[in-house]
Design a protein around this ligand. Sequence first.
Ligand code: TYM
Length: 329
Amino acid sequence: KKVIFSAIQPSGTITLGNYLGALKNWISLQDEYNCIYALADLHTITVRQDPAKFRHNTLEAYALLLACGLDPEKSPFFIQSQVCTHAQLAWILNCYTQFGELQRMTQFKDKAAKHADNVNAGLFTYPSLMAADILLYQADLVPVGADQKQHLELARNIAERFNGIYSPTFTVPDGYIPKKGARIMSLQDPSKKMSKSDENVNGYVAVLDKPEVILRKFKRAVTDSDACVRYAEGKDGINNLMGIYSVVTGLSYEQIEKDFEGKGYGDFKAAVGEAVVEHLRPIQERYADYIKNKDYLEKCYTEGAQKALAISSRTLNKVMKKVGFVSKA
Ligand code: TYM
C-alpha cells in the first residue's frame, strides 16, 4: 500500500477551505492507503501564540479531525511536538536546504510582510520542517490544497538532493491536490484565498460556525453584476461559490447552471449556504461529543505519537548513519 502523510496547523479556526482543500481527502483516502496524519503545532509557533489558547486550539483541532471521520485506529494521528524525530530531521535538512530556495517561498514573503515585527528564523526555515514531516514517513502522496504546492516542490528537491549525495534514502513525494476545492477563495474578496487569519470574519466559514452564521456569511458573499449563475472567467465570486456547491453536493457545473437558470444570486447563495450547513451538521454533532471526552483524545494522540515515533525513527536512524554521525551504543 502506498503511504500518505499530511498535516494541518492547529492555529485557531479550521475553515471550509482547509476542509474542502485537504481534510476531505484525508478522510476518503484512509481505506485505500496507509495514512498518517498530524497536527503541525511546531509550525504554528512561527507566529506568536497565547499559550492557553494554543493548547486549547490544538485539542479542538484534534477533536474536529476525529469528527470529520479521521479514524485513529486506521490512520495514526499525532501531535507533531510530541514526536521528537521531526525537529531532529528538520535540523539536518536545514543543512541541505539553500538560503535562496527558502527566500523564494511566496508564503514566507507574504507572512514576513504581514508579521513584520516577528520575521523569525523559524518562519524562514518552516519548509524544511515540513519536508522533514513528509520524508520521515517515506510518504508517496501528500493531500494538500494548492497553496502548499511550492512547499511540496521544495520537499521533493531536498529529498532528491539528499538521495543524490548519499544513496536512495527518501521516497520522493507527490502532491494529491483535488480538482475542485484546491483553492477556496474568500467570500469577501474572491481574489484572495479563504484564510482563518482574515481580519474580516465574513471572508471565511469555519467548520464549527453555527448554521445561522454560515447562512449569513454566504448571503453576504461578494458576487458580480452579471446576475447569471454560470462558471466563467472574470466571475471569481460566483466561480468560488459554484466550486463549493459542487464539492458539497456532488453536482457538476453544468447541472448547477441548469438548476439555477433564471434564478437570482440570492437564491443561489441561500442554496450554497444550506448545502454547506447540511454537509457540516454531522461533523459538528460528532465534534460536540469528542471535545467533551478529554481522556479519549489523550489516549488517541498518545498512541498516535508512539506509532509515529516508531515509524519515523527508522528513517532518522538511516539518515544519521549516512551523514556520518557516530551511532549510539
Ligand atoms: P494549513 O494548516 O495552512 O492548511 C491545512 C490544509 O488546508 C489547505 N488549505 C486550503 N485549501 C483550499 N482552499 C483554501 N483556501 C485553503 N487554505 C488552506 C492547505 O493547503 C493545507 O493542505 N504547512 C502546512 C501544514 C503542514 C503540512 C506538513 C502539510 C506542516 N507539515 C506536511 C502537508 C505535509 C500548512 O500550514 O497548512
